[in-house]
Design a protein around this ligand. Structure first.
Ligand SMILES: NC(=O)c1ccc[n+]([C@@H]2O[C@H](COP(=O)([O-])OP(=O)(O)OC[C@H]3O[C@@H](n4cnc5c(N)ncnc54)[C@H](OP(=O)(O)O)[C@@H]3O)[C@@H](O)[C@H]2O)c1
Length: 368
């Protein structure tokens, strides 16, 4: 019997696109969500001549319904977010079942938790966890891995910068905005002095150049910090930076040291989900920029003297198209050809650099 691919969150913005991308790759995913009445038309529409896709209802507030989604060897793709708030039941279900798990999170505390808390449990149960398998942070991982491969044992420091061009209007989906606000006061991470360190988002600012334009990237806790150091034993520093905030980046960088103090103010952290919900009610579900935004990522490797050793720039399509395509590629590749290990793995460890490069190219990521 072929491996089941279950998509949890199919009725959401990213989930709907991922469902379409899976079907375009020839898969017949099981569509899962909390509202049977909204799953049914999607299943009809995507099922085509072969009849409606299978649907299952599950709600993260009912752990048994989420556990029932997956069995051993299945592939579970989840886009149910914010992950810090809603993500745990799906990753726990995949761990308990011994399944392959992919998610669309970009939330630093959640992805770190997948590696540090759920990864060892997955290694024992035979599950494979592929977190942050979308626009955040697969392109940076690939660019970083390619740049490290070109640097050999001179690699000391790796900086990865993400940029978005063509943004006009609402650049992010409601789900992304709500998720971003939810983690504003949460600790982030970096890789410094050869180990993972905890620091506020925006603690570092990287000025770099892409397409002849100067960029200002704010530091963020990516998955690159966790998955790239094992590829290059000489690597001591990894930074991941987002050039998404324009002139606000410099101000946010200056305010970053205050974040831990603000987080300690009674009620401050508890207020964020309420603020996120308030913003969520005022913005559209989908970005207003669909299809116009182009993403690109630059990875630069330097030696101990700070001299540039290698650089790789990748360009890609709209971040939401890219996320859907990457999740669909990862899920179908895992279902058809398996993955290379258990535990929490990075995309290079799970699929190999060659297959990942080809898969990313199929999702529109090309070398610039
Ligand atoms: N890393 C990246 O590059 C990237 C790219 C895209 C998205 N994302 C992340 O992916 C997540 C989803 O984004 P989105 O734009 O698709 O948001 P969205 O449209 O709000 O989708 C959220 C999904 O979660 C489901 N959900 C909410 N509460 C649930 C519950 N109690 N039980 C089961 N399902 C529940 C929703 O179901 P209903 O449809 O029933 O409301 C919906 O399907 C966000 O965290 C976003 O940041 C990341």
């Amino acid at each position: 019997m072929s491996v089941r691919i279950v998509l949890f969150g199919a009725t959401g913005h990213t989930g709907g696109r991922t469902a379409r991308a899976l079907v375009d790759r020839g898969a017949r995913p099981v569509l899962a969500g909390r509202d049977a009445a909204r799953l049914a038309p999607l299943a009809d529409q995507l099922g085509g001549d072969a009849g409606p896709l299978e649907t299952v209802t599950a709600d993260v507030t009912d752990g048994a319904s989420v556990r029932a989604l997956v069995g051993r060897g299945d592939v579970l793709v989840t886009t149910v977010g914010p992950f810090v708030r809603l993500g745990e039941p799906a990753v726990a279900a995949a761990v308990d079942a011994g399944a392959v798990y992919l998610d669309s999170t970009g939330e630093p505390p959640f992805l770190r938790r997948v590696f540090e808390e759920f990864g060892p449990r997955a290694a024992r149960s035979g599950a494979t966890l592929l977190t942050a398998f979308g626009h955040d942070y697969v392109p940076g991982t690939l660019a970083g891995a390619l740049a490290l491969a070109g640097a050999g044992n001179r690699a000391h420091r790796l900086d990865v910068g993400y940029t978005l061009d063509g943004v006009r209007g609402q650049a992010f989906s409601r789900g992304t905005l709500v998720s971003l606000i939810g983690v504003l006061l949460e600790p982030n991470h970096a890789f410094a002095g050869g180990r993972l360190v905890t620091e506020p988002a925006g603690a570092r600012l990287w000025r770099f150049d892409v397409g002849g334009r100067p960029r200002r990237g704010l530091s963020v806790g990516g998955s690159e910090h966790l998955t790239l150091p094992p590829l290059a034993p000489s690597l001591r520093e990894v930074g991941v930076f987002l050039d998404w905030f324009g002139p606000a980046a410099a101000v946010a960088h200056r305010l970053a040291p205050l974040t831990p103090w603000v987080a300690r103010v009674p009620g401050a952290r508890a207020a964020l989900p309420r603020l996120a919900d308030l913003v969520g009610r005022r913005v559209a579900e989908a970005p207003s920029t669909d299809g116009q935004v182009r993403t690109s990522v630059l990875a630069e490797v330097r030696d101990t003297a700070g001299e540039l050793v290698s650089a790789v720039r990748l360009a890609g399509p709209d971040p939401y198209d890219l996320t859907a395509d990457l999740l669909a590629w990862g899920a179908t590749h895992a279902a058809e050809r398996g993955v290379r290990g258990t535990g929490a793995l990075g995309p290079v460890q799970a699929f190999g650099l060659e297959a990942l490069t080809a898969g990313a190219a199929g999702a529109g990521i090309t070398r610039a």
